[in-house]
Design a protein around this ligand. Structure first.
Ligand SMILES: Cc1ncc(COP(=O)(O)O)c(C=O)c1O
Length: 365
């Protein structure tokens, strides 16, 4: 039986050429591809600077450190996100404060956010979930009023736009991931984008153990090894050269899913607000009738169709357990799933997946 993965990369450009160049020249660790990747990524996001890191998690960690977030501080995040968003706050000793999400776009709800601001709140990490941007103007204006810094977690939304501006350029810093399932991948890897030269300089120093510039093993503070390798950057650069066409593939696939599933009343499809460009990183749906999602996941897996459940809310994880109720987040988490969205997906695959989703829902109407 053919298996249809939930995600997956497409290496059809200069990947082999650039990676081979690293190996044949022995520039595997540091090298020219890192700077090339950073410069091109900054241009792509319309940011002044871009800095490679070892992961999305380390990007978030470095950014919080550079902004001086420390024990006693509170950082707001959506309750529905990948655990790294919360963990990075813990790494710096601060407290993540979970906030309810918006029912349509699934990112932090600005009204709920405002209600949770305290004297200790220092920052907000906005997550552009599954490829749709958060409502940045509203969030930025709340942040301005309360003197909070905004960081974007862009791990799932490379190339998405808010009022024609690229995400990652709409706040103090954007934190990206290039792990295997992302629109472009370096295996594991990350990037920080910012217009703040000082933030990038501090992150650069921390990223290589605060080594002094001439690298004579004089370290001015305790840092980290959070660097991306030249081989990884070579892979990233080759994909970045084609990112616009990769995004077009994601959008085209989403439009095909939409056209087949639009009549299914028992399902909430991904949306695109009038001010947004959704890049549909994972085409994600929510079943309106509770209790069916896991059965659908099982049914689809018998047909070779891989899916991914939505995240478990942060407040339900053992390390972050809290007695709070976030009805929207909880409903999405229990009833949401991502359908196959890999870059190598064919129209026939999408028709096959959609027909089985429809068949299952008709039977369970
Ligand atoms: C929303 C979000 N934040 C952070 C991360 C962490 O990125 P990484 O796995 O590269 O550390 C991910 C990874 O999938 C993510 O989806």
């Amino acid at each position: 039986m053919k298996s249809i993965p939930v995600s997956g990369p497409l290496f059809s450009g200069n990947e082999i050429k650039y990676v081979t160049d690293c190996i044949t020249t022995s520039w595997v660790s540091t090298g020219k591809y890192i700077t090339k990747f950073e410069k091109k990524f900054a241009r792509f996001c319309n940011s002044s600077y871009a800095l490679t890191t070892s992961s999305g998690t380390s990007s978030l960690h470095l950014t919080l450190l550079a902004l001086g977030i420390k024990p006693g501080d509170e950082v707001m995040i959506p309750d529905l996100t990948y655990v790294s968003t919360a963990n990075a706050i813990k790494y710096v000793g601060a407290t993540p404060v979970f906030v309810e999400v918006d029912k349509d776009i699934w990112s932090i709800d600005p009204e709920e956010l405002e209600k949770k601001i305290t004297k200790r709140t220092k920052a907000i990490i906005v997550v552009h979930l599954y490829g749709h941007p958060a409502d940045m103007d509203r969030i930025n204006s709340i942040a301005k009023e309360h003197k909070l810094v905004v960081i974007e977690d862009v791990c799932q939304a490379h190339g998405a736009e808010y009022k024609t501006k690229k995400v990652g350029s709409l706040s103090k810093a954007g934190c990206f991931s290039f792990s295997g399932a992302k629109i472009i991948t370096t295996g594991e890897g990350g990037m920080i984008t910012s217009d703040d030269n000082n933030l990038i300089e501090v992150c650069t120093a921390m990223r290589r153990n605060f080594a002094s510039k001439n690298n004579n093993f004089f370290h001015t503070d305790i840092g980290y090894n959070y660097r991306l390798t030249n081989i990884q950057a070579a892979l990233g650069l080759a994909q970045l050269e084609r990112i616009n066409s990769l995004i077009r593939v994601k959008i085209r696939n989403a439009m095909l899913y939409d056209s087949i599933l639009k009549d299914v009343v028992s399902v909430q499809l991904p949306t695109e607000k009038s001010w947004a460009k959704n890049i549909y990183w994972l085409y994600s749906i929510v079943l309106k009738k509770p209790g069916l999602r896991d059965k659908l996941v099982e049914y689809l897996s018998t047909k070779g169709i891989e899916t991914r459940r939505f995240f478990v809310p942060m407040h339900k994880l053992p390390v972050y357990k809290q007695k709070v109720r976030f009805p929207v987040t909880e409903f999405l988490s229990e009833n949401g799933l991502s359908l196959p969205s890999g870059l190598a997906l064919t129209s026939t695959d999408i028709e096959f997946v959609s027909s089985h989703v429809k068949k299952f829902l008709k039977k369970h109407a």
